[in-house]
Design a protein. Structure first.
Length: 143
């Protein structure tokens, strides 16, 4: 008997499994746009108590912080083209919003990757000031 057989799984059980999957598919692959890069810059600037600085963001992005990798190691520099993961070689979509309409449109995704990548590169979470600076830099990159 198949695991999805209606005899083993009454309708309401089956539906409770299928509906969330259907919703996830409708929401699109792996991200749900709920914000814009400009809104996220405002959010971090407000938390930092100062607007993001393009020059500070560029410098933060391109240099190492005591370990092997910089942000640019995976995202490329300037991050206007696809990056390449420094250890797996996997393609990474361009980070600069003018070159990638999906960049920074999902606040949970941005938070998750900032947390993870800052731990890899800076050995701690990035501060709101550092996030605002990086995003100000990324938003300054234009075709
Ligand atoms: C070891 C490789 C690696 C390094 C180094 C790295 N990243 Fe990433 N980063 C990734 C990958 C992989 C993704 C996910 C890309 C995707 O799924 O589109 C990502 C995504 C992100 C995102 C999400 C962007 C969005 O659209 O919301 C942010 C923010 C980010 N990285 C910031 C940083 C910062 C800041 C640094 C340096 C402190 C950094 N990353 C260094 C691999 C890396």
């Amino acid at each position: 008997m198949s695991p999805l057989s209606p005899v083993r799984f009454p309708l309401f059980h089956g539906a409770s499994r299928v509906v969330p999957i259907a919703l996830a598919l409708l929401a699109g692959p792996a991200f749900a746009a709920d914000t814009t890069a400009a809104e996220q810059l405002d959010r971090w600037s407000a938390q930092a108590g100062a607007p993001g600085r393009v020059d500070a963001g560029r410098s933060f992005f391109n240099r190492t912080h005591g370990s092997e990798w910089s942000c640019a190691s995976c995202h490329g520099t300037p991050p206007t083209e696809a990056g390449k993961h420094a250890s797996t070689g996997k393609r990474i979509a361009p980070m600069a919003p003018a070159f990638n309409t999906h960049a920074f449109t999902d606040s949970a995704k941005a938070d998750k990757w900032f947390r993870r990548n800052c731990k890899d590169v800076v050995s701690r979470e990035c501060s709101a000031t550092e996030k605002a600076d990086v995003l100000a830099y990324l938003l300054s990159l234009k075709p």
